[in-house]
Each structure stands twice: as C-alpha cells, then as structure tokens.
Write a protein that binds this ligand. Structure first.
Ligand SMILES: [Zn+2]
Ligand SMILES: [Zn+2]
Length: 240
C-alpha cells in the first residue's frame, strides 16, 4: 500500500510523494487524475515557455505596449480640463488626484486616490488582507535580515540620544508590552538582558555604568551560562 502513495515523474524520472503531482478535475469538478510530471518540473517548463514566448514575440509585445501608451496619451489629451469623475464618490477631480493605471483607456484609475486609499485600508482590515500583509512583511524581514540589522546599528550610532528617547517613550506608552518583552528577554537570556545584569553588578561595585561595547561577548556568554546554572539549581531546591 505504501508504494501506491508514490509516483514516478515522467520528466525527471524521480519517485516522489503523490502530493507533488497536481490534480486535474473533470467538468463536474471531481478530481480524476494527476499530472504525469511533478510540480517542480511543471514550473520549470512553464517558466521556460514564458521566456521563449517573450523572446519570440519581443518586438510585437514592445509594439503593443508602445501603442497602448500612445493610446493613453491621446485619451488623456482628450480631457481638455484635465479632470475626471470618480466612480466611487462621484466627485469630479483633477487628474493628479487619480492614480495612474495602464489597464484603463484614460490612463488613470477609475477611483480617486482618496477612495483608493480608503478601499486599501478596508482590505487590510479583512482577515485575508491582514494575513497577506503579515506574510509580505515577514518575507521582507527574512530576505533583508542583514540589511535591517546593519541599518539599525547605523541608526543607533548616529542617533543615540534620539533612539534612547524614542525607546523610553515607547516603554511609557506600552507598559504591558514592554513588561512582556522584558520577561521574554529574561526567560530566554537575551544578550541585552545579560548585559544589563552585568552592568547592574558593575554599578553596585564601582558606582558607574559601562558602555555596551565595553562588555565583551565572551563575558556575556559565561554569565548567561552561570545564570542558567543558578536557575536550574533554584528549581531543584524548590521541588525538593
Ligand atoms: Zn519531476
Ligand atoms: Zn473618489
């Protein structure tokens, strides 16, 4: 039975699980059969086809877009007063108050910027919109992690006082969030938390605080291990 759950791709000749092959449905929408080639092979082939199509019809496609642009230009010139009626709020507004849209004949979107923004905001508030937004921002974060870190570091160096002020005001505005963040840093022993502990100790001993760069990473690691050890000992003492 287990062998039935796998299928050999006709293209790359590899044996893959059935979920790798897309399902084809009949007219009634009932799944009937699966494609012979796996999804990655299908993707490669379709990408290749698209590329070939573009290369073969490059001139034609360029001419098409050129014609389209000319058409739009002409139709824009047709509006002597350069104004347009919004199909959502119904107000007549200047062209500059509409977003440019090559899909329409006029070259401008059918709704004004204000209505467009309102619609986008409403969409972002729906469940799907929120999910897409979160996904996009997470993808961006993952793809640009190093850049973001470098930027944050640069920003901190050049705007030290401003950054501190911002952080302080954020903490004041969001006490619950800040406490949760702090608890997380304490529980998971973030380097920032360990550095703070070291600095508190130093202040207690010598009456002044160190700069973050003055505390070496090796010390942070050792202290973190120590704290972990102390915590485990404390847990054992509590239970016994
Ligand atoms: Zn394949
Ligand atoms: Zn409008």
């Amino acid at each position: 039975m287990a062998t039935c759950l796998k299928k050999r791709c006709t293209k790359c000749k590899e044996e893959k699980p059935l979920s790798e092959f897309s399902i084809r449905r009949n007219r009634e929408g009932i799944p009937c059969w699966r494609l012979g080639s796996c999804q990655s092979c299908v993707r490669i082939r379709s990408n290749l086809r698209n590329k070939e199509y573009r290369q073969r019809h490059l001139l034609r496609l360029q001419a098409k877009s050129r014609n389209r642009r000319a058409e739009i230009k002409k139709s824009v010139q047709r509006f002597p007063n350069k104004s347009k009626k919004c199909s959502v709020c119904g107000r007549t507004k200047f062209h500059r108050e509409f977003a440019k849209d090559t899909a329409t004949l006029s070259g401008y979107s059918h709704r004004c910027l204000k209505c467009k923004r309102k619609a986008a905001k409403a969409y972002r508030n729906t469940r799907r919109g929120r999910r897409l937004k979160n996904l996009a921002s997470r993808r961006f974060y993952v793809n640009h992690l190093e850049e973001k870190k470098a930027y944050a570091k640069r920003y901190h160096v050049t705007h030290k006082d401003k950054h501190r002020k911002q952080l302080r005001s954020w903490r004041r505005r969001h006490p619950i969030k800040y406490r949760r963040q702090f608890q997380r840093a304490r529980d998971l022993l973030y380097p920032s938390y360990v550095r703070m502990c070291i600095n508190n100790c130093f202040e207690h001993e010598f009456g002044r605080r160190l700069q973050t760069s003055q505390i070496p990473d090796s010390l942070v690691r050792v202290v973190a291990e120590n704290i972990k050890l102390k915590r485990t000992i404390g847990k054992i003492c509590q239970t016994s």
